[in-house]
Design a protein around this ligand. Sequence first.
Ligand SMILES: [Zn+2]
Length: 194
Amino acid sequence: MNEQSLDKKKKTVTKKRAVITMIVGLIIGLALITAGIIRTNAIERNAAADKPVLAAELAALADQEFDLEKQQRDSFLENGFSDEYYEIARQLEQIGEEIRDVKSQLRNTENLTFEKSKSIPFFVFGGFIIFLTILGSLSAFAAAKVRSAMPDPLETMKQARADAPKVARTCPKCGATTLPDANGRCEYCGGAIQ
Ligand SMILES: [Zn+2]
């Protein structure tokens, strides 16, 4: 295998590696962004599914509260502050607590900004990885292009020597009229000519 085909093979391997790195980077970046989108959609879907359930729960609790308040009024009118009255008051307190809890859950289904904001890192990291991957690949390809466009200095020197006009010279060593070879030496005695 000569030098040129070895160099070509090396360049191909470098290019292949750059392409594989780019593909892997893009896959990781896109996977992160997809995970972020799936997560955000799930939050919206869950909230949309929870909302009617919570609203129904709240309505049922409000009905219970209404009925108990009526019972409490009737009990008071009949027996004043009896044990029954205080038992109903205790139940009302418990229902009031449950209503506050359901209301707060309902508010959470309406304001998803905070929950959704937890997906931001997925988009930021995914985008950052894609950005770095593209940047890295572009610079790798640009470097490869510059390298292949740049002339090999050794080749250039050899070419310049081959292109140099052949001029007959007198050898200072043997005195023969000679055409110096590629290395600037006498073709008869091998002596250096200037
Ligand atoms: Zn000579």
